[in-house]
Design a protein around this ligand. Structure first.
Ligand code: BES
Ligand code: ZN
Ligand code: ZN
Length: 475
């Protein structure tokens, strides 16, 4: 927990290397300690009488990014708490024409990021020696009211991010379609979000044959989770947020090797981001209308599983040849996206999915891969992503690639071959967007779940794009 006071003093002072008034002290430290004042270097200088100082390398030049400030906040928190410091004082020097609110928001976000941990399964929890962390923050200038309002909103959005992370980090014996639906109800209903959860029989009645083809191999029943947040009752415009909700992906008969299966409880990260985003929007009372749609199921092997070579039907009426049962996400999303755009008639739609290993190969764990049918819509989205520091990269939605998904026996095939795997997967989903509305597809296979810590982002679940979507939809 972080307790933030503006224009108050007290606690261990945090000294920035760019602070002209403190240059003598910084020079002394450079000559007498290991501190070299490099960007984001954080060093605790103890003093038995005063309690000491925290020294921070800060590049006040033009090229300093807000992500670097987030990482700085992260390190200040980690360094302080590791030294059992529970109260710090920050008096912010000016940073090259940067907005004071954004500077504060970035540093404090980094500190909040540093508080995240997932220890549900550990019988011995790692106790943080600091229970309450107080930051007395004096910005270079800016009113207490705006600073406070920014901080309150930041906390709510980060709660949405942490909610998404907690859902993804829980393994598939805890989070399966029924419990995922219950988690959505538990976290969103108290905030006024309306939820409808459909069981197998109801999904069948709706006609989501493609979704059910994937679900039919598991004896855990699927769930269709539909969430409605209406923060702007004056408008009848809705955005659809569709999240891939495979609570476990074994690959099915196109079985994954066991080391590729280990983390496949993360295959509902898109769904978790949708839930986390709705949480943040509702908590901040954002003036926007959103439907969240999740087709949740497991992709397993059994006597009832769908098989390689099967031809299945879908909600849209298009038939699908199953060339690979491990390309299951796009099959469930075909129905979920069609449900959003045809049944619910949303005005624009964004889907998020841990869809392809190919995306990891192309963009690593750093960038989300994007496909869109509307560049103007995407430009706005990209601006929001940039603002909050979540990296996205647009891939070409060239009709030449679409030919790769052609089938000889059905209307479309769920795999397009070895080439351009992330693009053909995205384009497959695009075929199920009804009414040609603006659509953005986000392949978060690399960014939703990290093999190792990346600056202020933790190992495993990241809750990626809760920040972007909240920013984008509340614009
Ligand atoms: N869930 C996986 C994609 C994935 C891989 C997510 C690694 C996170 C980390 C997806 O369902 C899948 O298996 N895709 C296949 C598609 C292929 C069969 C065309 C893949 O990428 O190998
Ligand atoms: Zn798969
Ligand atoms: Zn999958």
């Amino acid at each position: 927990m972080i307790n933030l006071n503006f224009y108050q003093n007290g606690g261990i002072p945090v000294i920035f290397s760019s602070d002209q008034n403190k240059s003598e002290l910084i020079d002394w430290a450079k000559n007498n300690t290991t501190f070299k004042a490099e960007q984001a270097e954080v060093y605790y200088l103890p003093n038995p009488e005063s309690g000491g100082l925290i020294l921070v390398g800060l590049n006040s030049e033009q090229d300093l990014t807000f992500d670097q400030l987030r990482y700085l906040g992260f390190k200040i928190y980690k360094t302080a708490t590791a030294n059992k410091i529970g109260e710090i004082e920050i008096i912010m020097p000016p940073i090259a024409e940067k907005c004071n609110i954004k500077v504060m928001k970035s540093i404090v976000e980094g500190m909040i990021q540093a508080t995240y941990k997932f220890d549900k399964y550990l019988s011995k929890k790692d106790e943080n020696p600091v229970k309450k962390f107080t930051v007395n923050y004096t910005p270079n200038h800016g009113s207490v009211e705006t600073m406070q309002a920014t901080f309150n909103k930041l906390k709510d959005v980060m709660d949405g991010v942490f909610l998404a992370r907690d859902l993804v980090n829980q393994t598939s014996n805890y989070i399966y379609p029924e419990t995922l639906a219950q988690a959505a109800i538990d976290s969103l209903q108290p905030l006024g979000v309306e939820l409808a959860v459909y069981n197998y029989k109801q999904i069948k009645e709706i006609g989501m044959e493609a979704f059910l083809a994937v679900a039919q191999g598991s004896n855990k029943e699927p769930r269709l989770i539909v969430m409605k947040y209406q923060g702007n009752p004056d408008s009848d415009q809705f955005t659809g947020l569709v999240g891939k909700g495979i609570t476990y992906d074994s690959g099915g008969y196109s079985i994954k090797p066991s080391d590729g299966m280990e983390d496949m409880h993360c295959d509902m990260s898109g769904a978790a981001t949708v839930i986390g985003t709705l949480y943040a929007l509702a908590k901040t009372e954002a003036k926007t209308n959103v439907y969240g749609i999740i087709a949740a199921c497991e992709n397993l092997i059994s006597g009832t599983s769908f098989k390689v070579g099967d031809v299945i039907n879908s909600l849209s009426g298009k038939t699908i040849e199953i060339g690979n049962t491990d390309a299951e996400g796009r099959v469930t999303l075909a129905d979920a996206v069609y449900y959003a755009t045809d049944n619910l008639k949303v005005n624009q739609v964004i889907d998020l999915a841990t869809l392809t290993g190919a995306c990891l190969v192309a963009l690593g764990e750093e960038y989300t891969g994007v496909i869109t049918n509307n560049n103007d819509y995407y430009q706005e989205f990209e601006a929001a992503a940039k603002k909050v520091g979540e990296k996205v990269w647009l891939l070409p939605n060239d009709k030449k690639f679409t030919e790769l998904n052609k089938s000889k026996v059905a209307d479309i095939k769920n795999v397009g071959g070895r080439l351009a795997g992330t693009i053909t997967a995205g384009q497959f989903i695009g075929e199920f967007v009804a009414n040609n509305i603006p659509w953005i597809h986000l392949d978060i296979a690399g960014t939703a779940y990290l093999s190792k810590e990346n600056d202020f982002l933790p190992e495993r679940a990241t809750g990626v794009h809760v920040k972007t979507l909240t920013e984008f939809l509340a614009r």
